[in-house]
Design a binder for this molecule. Structure first.
Ligand code: GLA
Length: 388
């Protein structure tokens, strides 16, 4: 995590010399359960020790926000009453979350904000959710007496993506960023929103991310198409059973899916098939973790990769190559992490194989694509918080 002084010195310099309050929120990893959140299924994320830090202060104006993105060296001022909001994509997260927090009854007025992040952009580690939950947490504290619940902040972050950023995401990323706890993964049922913390200390293994550095961007991407495919299948199943209620693929069985197979087209069928399988895999991973069977966890991770690549079609050549290298190095589990279309693989690797695997991945990836993948050792950290 970044240093407070780094953010504070920029806040002082770019505004009126005064200090404000500092807040931080993390990015996330996800052990398993991909593209299941918006299908009412299970996910298994954890917050990381990297994220976004923001200093914020009420500026006394009715609705002028003065915002500085430290990493981009970009300053944007805008009014919350402007119906279009700012154009800079980073500033839209601030504008969006402020309006969503107002909808929750927080009387947000003008404020100054400077923020920085160390969660890599476009790596599928949810830098955007880290921003949303950090800003939501700050606004709740500054203007709202901390009355908005953690879950409402999660939903405000998701609504910001939907309403101002063009991504029809689920709730996994914002959930992990708000509720994260050091040393623990969390199993969330996205339909009931019940969750449990799972202490994660795999004896003899570690988690490492390999970032393909292929830019992952979800807005305007096939991400929304995938979601639409799933919703189409649910509608079709519902039409066959008007007496029952099918809200998401979570409510559909393998038999329901097979019944509509000929009506929904091959692509939608394969996508729904992946989602049903992934729903079961998350539960199987929980059982395996409880038994300390990491080899089983890894096997399920490889199955997820296969499904994301062949059936859900959210992989790319570089990620498949990283997965292949993992397999050839005897890595226990490896798969695409997050939305896909670039970004990272997450790898569960035995300590004794770690060094050789990383060296081999760097060398072979470099030979093929002209640059090395970036390597991030996973440290499971805390969720949104006030620093000072
Ligand atoms: C992105 C979205 C999440 C989730 C994942 C895929 O990270 O923001 O809601 O759908 O993709 O599991």
């Amino acid at each position: 995590m970044m240093e407070v002084d780094f953010v504070r010195s920029r806040f002082i310099k770019h505004f009126d010399g005064k200090t404000g309050n500092v807040y931080a929120s993390p990015g996330r990893i996800n052990l398993i359960g991909e593209h299941t959140d918006y299908n009412g299924g299970f996910v298994f994320p954890g917050a990381v020790d990297k994220g976004v830090m923001a200093e914020m202060r009420i500026n006394g104006t009715e609705d002028t926000v003065m915002a500085y993105a430290i990493d981009l060296k970009d300053r944007v001022d805008f009014k919350l009453s402007d119906p279009n909001g700012p154009r800079a994509s980073w500033a839209r997260y601030i504008y969006g979350i402020a309006l969503e927090m107002r909808k929750l009854g927080v009387p947000v007025k003008g404020f100054n904000i400077a923020f920085a992040g160390d969660v890599p952009l476009g790596a599928g580690m949810s830098s955007s959710a880290a921003m949303e939950s950090c800003f939501a947490f700050g606004l709740n504290d500054l203007f709202g007496d901390n009355k908005v619940s953690q879950w409402d902040m999660v939903l405000a972050g998701q609504a910001t993506e939907h309403n101002y950023c063009g991504v029809n995401c689920g709730i996994m990323d914002q959930f992990a960023s708000v509720f994260g706890k050091a040393g623990c993964l969390m199993r969330l049922d996205c339909r009931s929103r019940e969750f449990q913390y799972f202490p994660f200390k795999p004896d003899g293994y570690r988690l490492v991310l390999l970032d393909s550095v292929v830019k992952h961007q979800l807005s305007g991407s096939p991400y929304n198409d995938r979601r639409m495919s799933c919703e189409k299948v649910v509608k079709c199943v519902q039409a066959k059973h008007p007496e029952a209620k099918f809200e998401t693929l979570r409510d559909c069985t393998w038999e329901d899916l097979d019944e509509v197979k000929d009506e929904i087209g091959a692509d939608d069928y394969r996508r729904a098939k992946f989602v049903l399988g992934e729903k079961d895999r998350v539960l199987a991973v929980c059982d395996a973790l409880t038994e300390g069977d990491y080899e089983k966890v890894g096997e399920l991770m490889y199955q997820t990769h296969e499904g994301l690549s062949k059936d859900y079609e959210v992989s790319c050549e570089e990620l498949d190559f990283l997965n292949q290298i993992a397999k050839e190095n005897g890595v226990t589990g490896s798969r695409i992490m997050g939305g896909g279309f670039g970004g990272c693989t997450i790898n569960l690797v035995r300590n004794d194989l770690y060094r050789k695997f990383i060296e081999d991945a760097k060398k072979r990836f470099n030979e093929k694509y002209g640059h090395e993948p970036k390597v991030y050792d996973v440290v499971i950290g805390d969720g949104s918080r006030k620093i000072c």
